[in-house]
Structures are given as structure tokens and as C-alpha cells.
Design a protein around this ligand. Structure first.
Ligand code: NAD
Length: 350
């Protein structure tokens, strides 16, 4: 689903890289394109046509560019492009959001932390529970109580919801450096005490993975004090929303960061974390690397093709090492490339 703004440009490059990887490793991928977001509104009047949902459900994996733009900002919120995103996540039952925050050494200049802090590297992934917790817990509402406007929400998780996200985190760690840090607020919240208990129980099925726990306030601090201590962070919806943004902003390069959202049986959704960048759309200026790295996540998590995923990540690395940059990550002395040229370089390195 290319979507809007720079979406079509970056998805095109990502698919070219996928096809190049397929050729290199002797696979064949068949792809189908579907409408979502503003372009779907223009064509069909709705941000998530039924045909798109059907096409996604039939697929083994879904790639998304980005949705939204000023053209649709004044529409009724019920049919805004973002509704398409929320709708497809719901339709596919995606309960786990995986957001890696990786600092490529070549882009260390963009990092918001001091060089001595990130000297040991920054390569972690936040696994956030996406469909439960306080964002969806009932009861929730607002009313006037004793003459005062009052609002309330409920942070609630049952053991099944916790166990399934814990399994995702432990399995992700097994594909990385075998460390999981579970983040909660078990010193204050009852829901967190259940969270911690269940995560510990699930951990017994993964004896090769080291489990640690942090309270969320400390985790937020440790992310900027010493991010190299983390491999996989697993946490609930609210804490994950905040920590995943914090982790990614540290790297300083929004055009470089991929993400994956996974469910139980349905296909996963793979997308860059950035938006549709309407300010540079259609100008060949967009950085396609976050979408290309989303393809690597797709190969690793949807198709269990780690070797192929590594090859794409290495190709991106080599492209940066060779000094090639798009405008968003440009520095003096480097070579400025267009979206298409960047795709070409990654394919050449692959
Ligand atoms: P944005 O991420 O689109 O852009 C923020 C800034 O980063 C812009 O200056 C943009 O040019 C730059 N940027 C982003 N991605 C880039 C890339 N790949 N290469 C080079 N530069 C890049 O965020 P925004 O401006 O807040 O939102 C624009 C639109 O995108 C809005 O309609 C918003 O709702 C939507 N949005 C969509 C998603 C999504 O589809 N998942 C996520 C965030 C925002």
C-alpha cells in the first residue's frame, strides 16, 4: 500500500530492493497493490476500501508507505486518511508493534546524545503492546463529579494479552542478542504486577534469553544515559508509545527507521515510522532507506529469511559507508542522491 505523499516513491524503491534480493537468493515474491489513506479517499470516498482489507488478509505480509497530507486535513475526522491506518491495524489484529532504534555509525553526527554515550552503539528494539492497556480499557469517560469536570481511563491487561506480547519479545530477542528488558510500573500499579508475573512465567520457555525488569521512569532515563544496555524492550501500550518515540528520536534520523506490527495468524504490517512528508513529495528527495529496512524486517519476521534480511541491512550500511546520502541525512563532503539513486546504490551493494 504505497499511500500518499512520498509513499509511492519510497515503496517503489523498497520493492525494487525486494526483487533484487529475491533474484540474489533465488526466491519469487508476488506483489499486489492496494489503496489506502488520501489516495483511497480520492478514488473511492473511503480511506480503507473493503478491497484493500481483503487483499491484505490474503497476503503473507503487507508493506505500507505512509498516509495523509494537507489535502485531506479538513475532511470529517471519520474519513480522514489516518482512519485507514487504524482500520487496517484493527482488521489484521496487529497486537505487537516492533520499533527498532538503530544508530548507523556513519550517521552518528545526527544523534542527539553525546558521542561518549553512544560510543558503545545504539541498536535496540521496542516491542509495544498495541491493542490493549489504558488506550482501550473500560471503563473510560468524562463527567461532572461533585461539580468538577472529571476524566478517567482504565489500564487493564489480562494474562493472555501479556503472554502473547511477551512471546513476541522473547522470539525477537532470539533473532538478536538474546536480552529482554520488560518495562512496567510494578511498584505502583496492580496491572504492572500481573504484567511482571506473566512475563517471568513466559521467560521460562526461553532459557537462552536473559530477562531484566525496569520501572518506566528509570527506563526513560536509561535510554538517554546508556542505550547500549538494551537489546529488546517489551512494554504495554502507553509506556511503549512514549519509549518507542524517545528511542527513535535519539538516533536523529527519522528517514532511517523501519517498524513492524504483528498479529497471531494474520499477515504482519511493515512500514517506515515517518509520515508522508508532503513538503518533499514528488520531488525525488525522500529517503527510501526506512522503507527498504522495513523490507528487511518483513523478510526476518514474516518469512523467517534472516540471511536475506541481513544482506539488505548490510547493503544499506555499505551505501552509507560509501558516503551516499539523501537530503535529510546530508553532511558536508558526502554525495547527495535522489530517492531513485539511493535505491540504485543499495541494489548495487546488495
Ligand atoms: P513526517 O514524518 O511526514 O515529516 C516530518 C519531517 O520529516 C518533514 O520535514 C519531512 O520532509 C521529513 N521526512 C519524513 N520522512 C522523510 C523521508 N523518508 N525522507 C526525507 N525526509 C523525510 O511528519 P508530519 O509532517 O508530521 O506529517 C505529514 C503527514 O504524514 C500528516 O498528514 C500526518 O498525519 C502523516 N503521518 C502519517 C504517518 C503514517 O502514515 N504512518 C505517520 C506520521 C505522520
Amino acid at each position: 500500500m504505497p499511500g500518499d505523499g512520498i509513499g509511492p516513491e519510497i515503496v517503489e524503491e523498497a520493492l525494487r530492493v525486494l526483487n533484487a534480493a529475491a533474484k540474489k537468493f533465488g526466491h519469487e515474491f508476488s506483489t499486489e497493490e492496494a489503496l489506502i489513506g488520501g489516495s483511497a479517499i480520492d478514488a473511492t470516498g473511503t480511506p480503507l476500501p473493503e478491497a484493500t482489507v481483503e487483499a491484505c488478509k490474503k497476503a503473507d505480509a503487507v508493506l505500507l508507505g505512509a498516509v495523509g497530507g494537507p489535502k485531506w486535513d479538513t475532511l470529517d475526522p471519520a474519513i480522514r486518511p489516518e482512519k485507514g491506518l487504524l482500520g487496517i491495524r484493527k482488521a489484521l489484529g496487529l497486537f505487537a508493534n516492533l520499533r527498532p532504534a538503530t544508530l548507523f555509525p556513519e550517521l552518528a553526527g545526527a544523534c542527539l546524545l553525546r558521542p561518549d554515550i553512544v560510543g558503545k552503539g545504539l541498536d535496540l528494539i521496542v516491542v509495544r503492546e498495541l491493542t490493549g492497556g489504558i488506550y482501550f480499557g473500560k471503563p473510560a469517560g468524562t463527567e461532572v463529579r461533585d461539580g468538577k469536570r472529571t476524566g478517567w481511563n482504565t489500564m487493564i491487561y489480562n494474562e493472555d494479552e501479556i503472554a502473547r506480547i511477551a512471546h513476541v519479545a522473547f522470539q525477537a530477542a532470539q533473532k538478536r542478542r538474546n536480552k529482554v528488558c520488560s518495562v512496567d510500573k510494578a511498584n505502583v500499579l496492580d496491572v504492572s504486577r500481573v504484567w511482571r508475573e506473566v512475563v517471568i512465567e513466559v521467560s521460562r520457555q526461553y532459557p537462552d534469553v536473559e530477562l531484566s525488569h525496569l520501572y518506566v521512569d528509570n527506563a526513560a532515563m536509561q535510554l538517554v544515559r546508556d542505550p547500549s544496555q538494551f537489546d529488546v524492550i517489551v512494554t504495554g501500550n502507553l509506556f511503549g508509545d512514549i519509549l518507542s518515540d524517545e528511542a527513535s528520536v535519539i538516533t536523529g534520523s527519522i528517514g532511517m527507521l523501519p517498524s513492524a506490527s504483528l498479529g497471531s495468524a494474520q499477515p504482519g504490517l511493515f512500514e517506515p515510522i515517518h509520515g508522508s512528508a508532503p513538503d518533499i513529495a514528488g520531488q525525488g528527495k525522500a529517503n527510501p532507506l526506512a522503507t527498504i529496512l522495513s523490507i528487511a524486517m518483513m523478510l526476518r519476521h514474516a518469512f523467517d529469511m534472516s540471511v536475506e534480511a541481513d544482506a539488505i541491512e548490510n547493503a544499506v550500511h555499505k551505501t552509507l559507508q560509501a558516503g551516499f546520502r539523501t537530503g535529510d541525512i546530508m553532511e558536508a563532503g558526502k554525495t547527495l542522491l535522489s530517492t531513485r539513486e539511493m535505491g540504485d546504490k543499495v541494489i548495487a551493494c546488495l
